[in-house]
Design a protein around this ligand. Structure first.
Ligand code: AMP
Length: 177
């Protein structure tokens, strides 16, 4: 099925929640878009279409909202799905990377045997903010021998200049604020 809504219309399904999860953060809530069958379908179709010629073998999804889109895009592209999770959630042996947050540090993990040398990967997350998360995952999969063939987001907060941390990857976002 093809995408039926335009990107401007898609944008109207993103809801602003002030002061969540803490004071001063304007949270972009994607749940209205997920709830609308046409909007959800369009978002997945547009993301998949953008990377349909990239020779992607596996889609890497970042916990937890990233999983929703990464798994659906992987299904559309007839690719596999590889989860990147917060520390301590994956059951087998992992590779991990720690990266700086605005306050403090976070650690992400991926199964050590999930990526083969030269494997073409598409990285999908719900939202690009400062770019710290996506850039950490790029470093992680490159270290394991994977090739980042594309990076896709539903939403980009362009004023945070996250794409500066992803130079050389040309990240694609469906909706920009
Ligand atoms: P960053 O590493 O700063 O690019 O942050 C990206 C991650 O944090 C994404 O996985 C988002 O789910 C989440 N995130 C950061 N800022 C926001 C925001 N304003 N609204 C919703 N999610 C956000």
């Amino acid at each position: 099925m093809a995408a039926t809504l335009n990107q401007e219309k898609l944008k109207s399904f993103i809801r602003d929640i002030p002061d969540f999860p803490k004071k001063g953060i304007l949270f972009k809530d994607i749940t209205p878009l997920l709830k609308d069958p046409e909007a959800f379908h369009t978002a997945v179709a547009l993301l998949a279409e953008r990377f349909s010629d990239s020779g992607v073998e596996q889609v890497v999804g970042i916990e937890s909202r990233g999983f929703i889109f990464a798994a659906a895009v992987a299904y559309e592209l007839k690719a596999g799905f590889i989860p990147v999770r917060k520390k301590g959630k994956l059951p087998s042996v992992t590779e991990r990377i720690s990266y700086q947050l605005e306050y403090g540090e976070d650690t992400l993990e991926i199964h050590q045997d999930s990526i083969e040398k030269g494997m073409r990967l598409l990285l999908i997350d719900d939202l690009l903010a400062t770019g710290g998360t996506a850039s950490a995952v790029c470093q992680l999969v490159k270290k394991m021998g994977g090739i980042v063939a594309g990076i896709g987001f539903l939403v980009e907060l362009s004023f945070l200049q996250g794409r500066d941390k992803l130079k050389g990857f040309e990240p694609h976002a469906l909706i920009t604020f």
